[in-house]
Design a protein around this ligand. Structure first.
Ligand code: ADP
Length: 282
């Protein structure tokens, strides 16, 4: 199986300098193929550093990372291949749109992967369609798209490479609620399209609870908690100390004396039951 394994991974910025900073203090994790993992933690906890290590953009100071049983090292050719298999969508990816048309832009990744021009355009078209971009926009400048469309076009450019692992750094940041839902559903569909692994950095616990099946909580370069959303969101106090919260519905239910729900649907179920028990006959 194509799992990602980290063994005691450390990362240090500016080693030896006065501003030396240990961003990762020995991370050990296994992310199995097909999982939808959320990576959460306050600013500076090491999330961005970790995801850059996962696709070989940064090399750890010590420790080991393996993907699909192979160690991620410095070999240039192996790294190029790895970056096609593990795709990263950075924060505000629309700032990186550059080509003269939406279609050409989305074809850039597949071209890099070694596709012919024709294959690359085909892959780009498919990804843009799946991302819900209107056909008539394909020939237009990416700069003419709306904010939400730009974001989806940029994500489609990564999806067009059909990575086996898709990593997203706060993909919904700065979008309105409708735009957020479009992105999250796009990611969800991509996750379900095959045995794809998704690793999503998020500050929004509601979306974490709604979409992920595992929550990895980072604090100061370490993994503070790691488990299913129900396990992790049971620890409101620990999360608070790490500068995080529980989903809003979890808080609401907890205020009503109901422990457990983390998603909207679960909360609706228990609240219905709660009302029924407190108002029998109604
Ligand atoms: P997060 O993504 O969770 O906000 P980062 O991985 O960006 O966290 O940062 C982890 C730590 O590393 C922070 O203390 C941050 O200040 C530091 N850091 C990040 N990038 C650099 C850099 N280029 N140079 C020095 N320190 C950095």
């Amino acid at each position: 199986k194509m799992d990602i394994k980290l063994e005691n991974v450390k990362y240090i910025y500016n080693p030896g300098a006065v501003n030396e900073k240990t961003a990762l203090k020995g991370i050990s994790l296994c992310i199995p193929q097909g999982q939808f993992a959320a990576l959460v933690g306050s600013t500076g906890s090491g999330k961005s550093t970790l995801i850059q290590i996962l696709n070989g953009l940064k090399m750890p100071a010590s420790g080991e990372i393996t993907y699909d049983g192979r160690s991620i090292g410095k070999d240039k050719k192996a790294l190029r291949e790895l970056r096609c298999r593990i795709g990263i969508v950075f924060q505000y990816p629309e700032y990186q749109l550059f080509d003269e048309t939406v279609l050409k832009d989305a074809a850039f990744g597949p071209r890099n992967k070694g596709f012919t021009q024709e294959e690359a355009l085909k892959a780009a078209e498919k990804a843009l369609r799946e991302a819900g971009l209107p056909e008539e926009s394909f020939g237009r400048s990416p700069f003419d798209l709306s904010g939400g469309e730009k974001r989806r076009a940029a994500i489609a450019g990564v999806m067009a490479m059909e990575p086996e692992v898709l990593i997203l750094d706060e993909p919904t940041a700065g979008l309105d609620p409708a735009g957020k839902n479009e992105i999250l559903n796009l990611v969800k569909r991509y996750h379900e399209s095959g045995n794809v692994t998704v690793i999503m950095v998020s500050h929004n616990m509601d979306e974490v609870a709604e979409y992920s099946d595992r929550v990895i909580v980072m604090e100061e370069g370490r993994v503070l908690m790691d488990g299913e959303p129900h396990e992790v969101f049971r620890h409101e106090e620990v999360l608070k100390q790490a500068g995080l919260s529980v989903p809003q519905v979890t808080k609401l239910c907890s205020d009503l004396g109901i422990e457990g729900p983390v998603t909207m649907d679960e909360a609706a179920d228990v609240i219905m039951k709660f009302c029924h028990e407190n108002n029998p006959g109604k």
